[in-house]
Design a protein around this ligand. Structure first.
Ligand code: NAD
Ligand code: 6OD
Length: 490
């Protein structure tokens, strides 16, 4: 019996899927099984050029479309994603191996929310104006007119593919831009489905284009190096962000970077320990630790260190690795064999540095057709300090180091002792201390007694190696538009 021919995932340019070219194809692998589930058409430089030109042609008409009509297109897109909800879930699960429950509750649900929220934000947006007093009693009126950037290159990673894509595409389109998106080579599926939905919602041809491929020497670099783009919004690793910045620098285009993290949780002895343990379990192991906001450093006040270490290890052991479609599965595989090798490398480094492995540390034997997948056990270490590489470098897997502290000052110093600055969470019943410590965290996003709670109107982004700029609410309006200030002497 021959294996079934995998379906193609094609590029989408100027309102049409482009006929795939067998010579320029790569495999999409299901990380749960290691099996090929689709072939992906890699866009070469000429196709990326066609996509950027199509986007340029779309900008004048789309940006001149009244805001009410533009936001209606976004609302229809949200409704169409809801209609095709299970197709999006299936595509996301095929690419990532994540549990269907998570794809439903987080990934696809957030795509809907992203379109609705940014329709609301743009519909409600006003303009800045200032009245200037001049000598002799005259005045001048200043007002800023916001115009779309033009063609925005949107480059996203594989961990929350649709969530992170729509987090950028929705505000970019709402502001009147056209986009050329480059999904991760690991997760091409939902960006292609979104093309169908946006076309059905009434988005004009050319306003949303998808080019598939890799980074250097492939679609990612062709896109960021293209002279026809007016800005780049990028989510991915800090190293790639720096590379994209170098590529874009000669043409001085605006960039928005959401990059890596090495996020801390600080647990004080007065915390509600059950609540903290539930929150830590999510923040360390959600999406198999593959969320930029995941906690990889847990600082625990010494009096409760053993309780937190034992409780978290017990909860980690209770996680269920298994088939994504199984409702009992809580935890999926890592994205690829290559990524698992990276995570295993850090596990080996932790043990060489003297870590005690509280739980996990290796590759599970799951059977059930899953042993070709890229699975890794939920893993906790004690006995490391802030100098160890697994505590300093982003692992992006289901791992965390637990480290004791004595005083609030020490906890703040330990948490801030990092080159990253994305997120932190603080667990305490003392509200004043909660505010004080959260404000002292050198990060873009700090939580008190929770994690990953998001209001999409609030600014999101990171400091240091974690990024440049903010998106969300008004911050997105500011990135996806350019103001012209008009000054009128009255
Ligand atoms: P990555 O940097 O390897 O790739 C991200 C995207 O950039 C992919 O689409 C990739 O093909 C593309 N790319 C790679 N090289 C490129 C180049 N030279 N030019 C243009 N495009 C290029 O990241 P990843 O492994 O896909 O994702 C994991 C990383 O993303 C982690 O570091 C994680 O912390 C980070 N991340 C950050 C956030 C955030 O909001 N701060 C969110 C999710 C993920
Ligand atoms: O919630 C968001 O808006 C967001 N950008 C999350 C990023 C998660 C990183 O993996």
């Amino acid at each position: 019996m021959t294996a079934p021919t995998p379906r193609w995932i094609s590029n989408f340019v100027d309102g049409h899927f482009v006929e795939p070219d067998e010579r320029q194809g790569f495999d999409a692998i299901d990380p749960a099984t290691g099996l090929v589930h689709a072939r992906v058409h890699e866009a070469g430089a000429p196709l990326v050029d066609r996509a950027v030109r199509a986007a340029r042609r779309a900008v004048p008409g789309w940006s001149a479309t009244p805001v009410r009509e533009r936001t209606e297109v976004l609302r229809r897109a949200a409704a169409l994603i809801e209609e095709r909800f299970e197709e999006f879930v299936a595509a996301e699960v095929a690419d990532t191996g994540k549990p269907v429950t998570q794809a439903r509750e987080l990934d696809v649900a957030r795509a809907v929310a992203n379109f609705r929220t940014f329709a609301d934000v743009v519909a409600a947006a006003g303009q800045e104006s200032f009245m200037t007093d001049l000598p002799g009693g005259r005045q001048a009126l200043n007002y800023a007119v916001r115009k779309p950037l033009g063609v925005v290159a949107v480059i996203v990673p594989w961990n929350l593919p649709l969530l992170l894509l729509t987090w950028k595409v929705a505000p970019a389109l709402a502001c009147g831009n056209a986009v050329v998106v480059k999904p991760s080579e690991e997760t091409p599926g939902t960006a292609a489905l979104l093309a169908e939905v946006l076309a059905d919602a009434g988005l004009p041809a050319g306003a949303y284009n998808v080019v598939h491929g890799f980074g250097s020497g492939s679609a990612g670099e062709h896109l960021t190096a293209h002279p026809g783009i007016d800005g780049v919004t990028f989510t991915g690793s800090s190293a790639t962000g720096a590379q994209v910045m170098r590529t874009v620098a000669p043409r001085v285009r605006p960039v928005s970077f959401e990059l890596g993290g090495k996020n801390a949780a600080v647990v004080f002895a007065d915390a509600d320990l059950d609540e903290a343990l539930d929150g830590l379990t999510r923040s360390v192991f959600a999406n198999t630790g593959q969320v930029c906001l995941c906690t990889e450093r847990v600082y625990v006040q010494r009096a409760v260190f053993a309780d937190i270490a034992d409780g978290l290890a017990e909860r980690a052991r209770a996680l269920r690795l298994g088939r994504p479609a199984d409702a009992a599965t809580t935890t999926g595989p890592l994205i690829s064999q290559a990524h698992r090798e990276k995570v295993r490398g850090y596990a080996a480094l932790a043990e060489q540095a003297g870590a005690t492995v509280l739980t996990g540390g290796g590759v599970p034997a799951l059977g059930d057709g899953l042993d070709g997948g890229s699975w890794f056990e939920p893993t906790l270490w004690t006995g490391l300090d802030n100098t160890a590489r697994p505590v300093r470098e982003e692992v992006f897997g289901p791992v965390a180091a637990l480290i004791p502290f004595d005083t609030e000052e020490e906890a703040v110093a330990l948490a801030n002792d990092t080159a990253y600055g994305l997120a932190a969470s603080v667990w305490t019943r003392d509200l004043r201390r909660g505010h004080r410590v959260a404000q002292a965290m050198e990060v873009g996003v700090a939580w008190v007694n929770t994690w990953f709670l998001r209001d999409l109107r609030s600014p999101f982004g990171g400091m240091g190696l974690s990024g440049l700029g903010r998106e969300g609410g008004d911050a997105s309006l500011h990135f996806y538009t350019e103001p012209t200030n008009v000054c009128v002497q009255l």
